[in-house]
Design a protein around this ligand. Structure first.
Ligand SMILES: O=P(O)(O)O[C@H]1O[C@H](CO)[C@@H](O)[C@H]1O
Ligand SMILES: [Mn+2]
Ligand SMILES: [Mn+2]
Length: 431
């Protein structure tokens, strides 16, 4: 009953990579800087989302899997204020990225054994970011009255700034970031959700010559409150990503082609451009994503991969530079981990990891080039260090080995060559 469960904590970096300076990210450390802010009392949340969180960061279950040791190996520092576990039960390490970008598809594809060795196209951070001929073609082919935006922006800031102009004019808001991305924001009701998706599909087609990784639909709702100047626009859960296909078959594709089952939860199917996905479970919010993961563990049989992307760390907290919210989300995720550990079966391999960093204390609103944690349990692994991994693809190679697939072209497996028969129930103390 060989299964693998991969949880991607989107943007949960554990310290800058050796090449971070090239990205302006030398010194970035998502976990370390959140921990430091919590330790100095800067992340107390008396009310609102995450209410009740206060003081030093507490991640006892992730710490037992080796998170703090992995962060220490990555940065040379112990994350401030966290309690070291009595015993580490997992195999832990940190990995650097071979891919040229620090974006979500690159990170996920490399985790699945396929690094991105080519350079993506990017749009410059200047007044008019997009080529005029591209926007003209989009307006023409999608039958739009025009577009507004045309710049680098944070998605929440730009709808606050331009939401009303969009609703009044019917012109969608187009913007980008340090990622290889073309994002389109539009009001779900005033503009229409299906119409927004259709405009995104047109954009996806027109962007082919520009080598852009993703088009993202960013629907929102809200209005200007009557009699005031305050407009409140909020993004909805109906975001949709239109990624190009991975440059080579990922371990998901290989498992799928081998007759296995690949369950993609949350954004996973979109990120892999629906390549190699057997079943998609959509869910919004970390609780629903965790619930869907637990349900999938209950009803997914042998020769399978369950992969979940926990997007709110990145989308709701990292890009918003919301340090306290990120801390609360981590603690909430940690508190739910025992439920998942309790469902592991003896032949399961569990991997917790990330796809890039998004240090909420860093300048700007973009991702940060960081090591990712590699926390693994099962498949004959013994508790202890996996060392500094040269590529995220070591995860994909380990998955291929665990699932009995032909080796991937990249990456080195960290599983013991002949998996020992140490049952998971012994390693986790009964979980
Ligand atoms: O600011 P928002 O719209 O959340 O966008 C962020 O999310 C996108 C995907 O990670 C990135 O391109 C970044 O710009
Ligand atoms: Mn991401
Ligand atoms: Mn992001």
């Amino acid at each position: 009953m060989t299964r693998a469960i991969v949880l991607v904590l989107d943007s949960f970096g554990i310290g800058a990579t050796p090449d971070a300076a090239r990205f302006g990210d030398a010194g970035a450390d998502t976990l370390g800087h959140i921990a430091a802010a919590c330790a100095r009392g800067a992340c107390d949340l008396p009310s609102g989302p995450g209410a009740g969180r206060q003081g030093p960061l507490e991640l006892p279950n992730l710490a037992r899997l080796g998170l703090l040791h992995a962060h220490h190996a990555s940065t040379g520092n112990w994350a401030e204020g966290l309690t070291l576990p009595d015993a580490v039960v997992g195999a832990w390490g940190h990995a650097r990225e071979l891919s040229s970008g620090k974006d979500t598809p690159s990170g996920h594809w490399e985790i699945a054994g396929v690094p991105v060795r080519f350079e993506w196209g990017y749009f410059p951070n200047k007044q008019q970011s997009f080529p005029p001929e591209l926007l003209e073609a989009l307006v023409q082919e999608a039958g739009l009255p025009g577009v507004i935006g045309d710049c680098h922006a944070s998605g929440t800031e730009i709808i606050t700034r331009l939401g009303e102009a969009h609703v009044e004019s019917g012109k969608p808001i187009v913007y980008t970031s340090a990622d290889s991305v073309f994002q389109i924001a539009a009001h779900e009701e005033a503009f229409g959700l299906e119409r927004l998706y259709s405009v995104c599909e047109t954009a996806r087609r027109l962007l082919a010559p520009y080598n852009i990784g993703r088009v993202i639909a960013r629907p929102f709702l809200g209005e200007r409150a009557a009699g005031t100047d305050a407009a409140s626009f909020t993004r909805t859960a109906n975001r949709r990503d239109y990624s190009v296909e991975p440059p080579a078959p990922t371990v998901l594709q290989k498992l799928h082609d081998d007759g296995g089952t690949v369950v993609g939860i949350g954004k996973i199917a979109d990120i892999y451009a629906h390549c190699g996905i057997t079943r998609t479970l959509k869910a919004s919010g970390h609780d629903a994503l965790m619930d869907a993961t637990l349900a999938a563990m209950d009803d997914t049989g042998a020769h399978s991969l369950i992969m979940t992307n926990f997007v709110d760390f990145d989308m709701v907290h990292g890009h918003r530079r919301d340090v306290a919210g990120y801390a609360a989300a981590l603690e909430h995720f940690d508190a739910r981990l025992p439920e998942l550990l309790g469902k592991l079966q003896d032949d399961d391999l569990l991997i917790l990891t990330a796809d890039h960093g998004c240090d909420p204390t860093w300048t700007g609103t973009d991702h940060t080039r960081e090591h990712i944690p590699v926390l693994a349990l099962g498949a004959g692994l013994t508790a202890g260090p996996l060392g500094a991994r040269e590529t995220f693809a070591d995860i994909g190679q380990s998955l291929a080995s665990h699932l009995g697939l032909a080796p991937m072209d990249d990456g080195e497996s960290f599983l013991p060559s002949a998996a020992s028969s140490t049952p998971l129930s012994n390693a986790t103390g009964g979980h």
